[in-house]
Design a protein around this ligand. Sequence first.
Ligand code: GLC
Length: 560
Amino acid sequence: MSEVHSLDTHDDLDTHDDAAWWRQAAVYQIYPRSFADATGDGIGDVAGILSRVDYLAELGIDAVWLSPFYPSALADGGYDVDDYRDVDPRLGTLDDFDAMVDALHERGIKVIIDIVPNHTSNRHEWFQEALAAGRGSAARDRYIFREGTGPDGSQPPTDWVSVFGGPAWERVDDGQWYFHNFATEQPDLNWDNPEVREDFLTTLRFWSDRGVDGFRIDVAHMLTKDLSEPLPSSAELALLPQDGTHPLIDRDEVHEIYAEWRTVFDSYDPPRTAVAEAWVSTPERRAKYASAEGLGQAFNFDLLVADFDAAEFRRIIADNLAQATLSGSSTTWVLSNHDVTRHATRYGLPALDGRAVKQGVEWVRAGGPAADLDREQGRRRAEAATMLLLGLPGSTYLYQGEELGLHEVAEITPEQRQDPAFFRGAEFDGFGRDGCRVPLPWSADGSSFGFGADGAHLPQPAWFADYAVDVEAADPASTLSLYRKALRLRRSLQTDERLEWRETDRDDVLRFARPNGWQVVTNFGTEPFDLGSDADAVVLTTQPLRDGVLPGEATAWLRA
Ligand code: GLC
């Protein structure tokens, strides 16, 4: 990395006190159980986050998004929630949570938390009540219970398969079956039930009252269902269009729920924000989740499944900016999160069947052969892609550890794995998601690389030492140093939401300008790209310029 010009970094755009702060925010995702462990039990906690607030402030992000920290048996990494209005005792208390929010706010960092409305855990008091109350009860109506098929009802109501693999129905002691789109421990709620609706409004108010600034809505497109008889078979289900009428996915009436939520969000000053995790079929359908009458913003996951390829990036960027215009929202950029193989690793692997998309999972499945992973190529490309994203209009969601250029961990034995997608043999991600959830390395030495005093709940490989925060903080050419500089500069770059493409004479080089004079050039190819006299305007690059020439697999930021 090279920083050619020194430059003042005064904020032109106040990202913190403005009701529209989220439109251009850099949001850092914390997976709390793997971030920092202050209590020394091997599991990250709220006090751990509090102890690293200076690190977050120095990084230069605008907000954090916390994956679930609620009481949970961890059947799905905390996405099986026992109580939506509490903190898991292993992670801390509500007082600890308040102290963390205050400390983040003092540093100008907003707080987004995860809401999991599609399902509770099977330990949630509602589900326990439903089991005890029996068929036909009001308690069962909060969930989706059905009689089985076959002469004695011993067969499930349908042959549907859960997202994590295996059957989507589970039988309870009195013979009825309940529906679970994910793990058995995650019974789906019945969103036709008014009590369910009311209770989530209470939860949103509970956290908003505590000063939470926004919400990330888990599988926002799955809440409402049409389970009227006769139920289709899984083969029939797969053929049904996802146009608002599909029995399980992206039904039109789900937006009635979010319109209600919006009235809660807007009753606060500034209004609370929300971002939908919605895997839907078209940009138009995604735009509905991002509407100002609904959640306001929706994740754009296109780059999670894209190759490191100029044409593909350009198409995705253009489509998503157009889609943002459609909804009136701003778009979101994501290269990594807690559900996918880290992007440094995806970009360091040889393409599979000509495509880079699924190779991360296949590589982990094969035991992570070292010979296949080009760590330096992965890092080069990851830095180039991230700097491109940070220069685009819209908000960028960063996943903890990517600022270190951290790679996926493949060295996890079946006994050490935790992800239900691994145990249930999910088709979409058969080897599970543990490899991107390994606790962060804070120092090259010491117990669990500085994560905590007594080990880490997922094994950290020896090579984590090379990516430790203390090592990278001391190295001006590290990925961490690059992120810190870029995130600071970004505040003067993100003063408007427009972009203008500048054509280059190369298919593998993308270039765009922002009206405020900033430009971003990304060289996706391996041949160097000559910036000519513009080299003088370069402010930051992911690889050092050589005589005004941008090396392959690199991004440069220029300021006129
Ligand atoms: C979302 C989460 C994922 C979780 C699933 C079920 O996709 O990102 O981690 O397993 O929902 O809650």
